[in-house]
Design a protein around this ligand. Structure first.
Ligand code: XLS
Ligand code: MG
Length: 347
């Protein structure tokens, strides 16, 4: 790959998985998180995305001093491997207390659990020297609409965002929208919802979005337009590049693997906006195919990074004068043919 690049790449340790899915258990031997850190740099990645309990497994049973001690150990492991923690996200979908949602649960004690867990997540992030907290609001929504007061639920999410901003005056919150799964209908399904929350918050400069390609596609939207919307408001904290083949379960396929042109336009929008020049990562959130043999399985990550760089080369070699001429002439038929031939390498 000859393209010089200023992009930095990240993924979460859960991306190196044992292959379990809702229909079957692990198909590969368990590979511990600590051993995964050594794989990042050789694969071309320097950022690590974390859930809070990726940093401190079993954290619900830990006191603040224990949390800090464990997180500090991980900070040293990262430093030893030349890695940067990109963000920490509270895992608010596994515990029994999050069955009916977290901040929007109908149970006051479950909402309290969610808030306590969120504070611990922030403490862990700070012990790692990381200022970004990702909120993937997984179970904030309903299976049937009558189950919750949706207006109240939106107020509760906003109150939590404000409480987080108040709890730590330096953190940024990156809201990662997703329209469904595991709920039927999520309360923050698109980046527009996330950015509305940002502007309604007590400090909008610290509330941004993280856009996952597959999540936008599941909402029936184009990921590059979602990214452009966030970028236009200077609110793109990070991305989770991957792909999705139609409206089905969240697939987290290789970037560009389902729709190369959709991938091209994401890279084009990011590149044209100068994304990454302030240290933003190209984050991946990609599942290995369950059928893949070996341990650990990492080809999906290096392949998706390589595909990104190949597509970047395509973005950087577009004849922008020609594009401008086609736009000026309003000849979008010619523009489409040019783009398709460019992508296919046809003269
Ligand atoms: C799920 C999300 C999740 C977040 C972090 O689709 O990608 O992994 O990125 O909570
Ligand atoms: Mg994601």
């Amino acid at each position: 790959m000859s393209t010089p690049t200023n992009y930095r790449f990240s993924f979460g340790p859960w991306n190196i998985s044992e292959g379990a899915d809702p229909f079957g258990t692990e198909v590969r031997p368990v590979f511990p998180h600590e051993e995964k850190f050594a794989l990042y740099r050789p694969l071309g990645f320097e950022g690590v995305q974390f859930h809070d309990d990726d940093v401190v497994p079993g954290m619900d049973g830990f006191n603040p001093a224990q949390l800090t001690e464990k997180a500090t150990e991980v900070k040293t492991m990262l430093a030893n491997n030349g890695l940067t923690p990109e963000f920490v996200a509270p895992r608010l979908w596994f515990a029994e207390q999050t069955t009916d949602g977290a901040y929007t649960s109908n149970s006051a004690s479950d909402r309290q659990y969610a808030w306590d867990r969120t504070k611990k997540c922030i403490d862990i992030a700070r012990a790692l020297d990381c200022k970004a907290i990702v909120l993937w609001l997984s179970r904030e929504g309903t299976y049937i609409r009558e189950a919750k007061d949706a207006r109240l639920a939106y107020q509760r999410i906003l109150e939590t965002v404000n409480a987080m901003l108040d709890y730590d005056k330096e953190i940024e919150i990156w809201i990662e929208p997703k329209p469904n799964e595991p709920t039927d209908q999520a309360y923050v399904p698109t980046i527009g919802h996330a950015i509305a929350l940002s502007f309604a918050s007590s400090d909008h400069t610290r509330v941004k979005g993280l856009i996952e390609s597959a999540h936008a596609l599941l909402a029936g939207l184009d990921p590059s337009d979602e990214m452009a919307f966030a970028l236009a408001h200077d609110k793109l904290g990070s991305v989770h590049l991957n792909d999705q083949n139609g409206l089905k379960y969240d697939q987290d396929k290789n970037f560009g693997g389902a729709n190369l042109r959709v991938a091209f336009n994401q890279v084009r929008v990011l590149e044209e906006a100068g994304y990454g020049q302030r240290g933003e990562f190209i984050g991946l959130d990609i599942k290995a195919m369950r059928t893949q043999r070996g341990c650990p399985v990492t080809a999906h990550l290096s392949n998706s990074r390589e595909l990104f760089l190949n597509i970047l080369e395509k973005v950087r070699t577009v004849d922008n004068n020609l594009v401008q001429q086609f736009r000026d002439a309003r000849d979008y038929e010619a523009l489409e043919l040019y783009i398709m031939k460019h992508l296919m390498g046809v003269k």
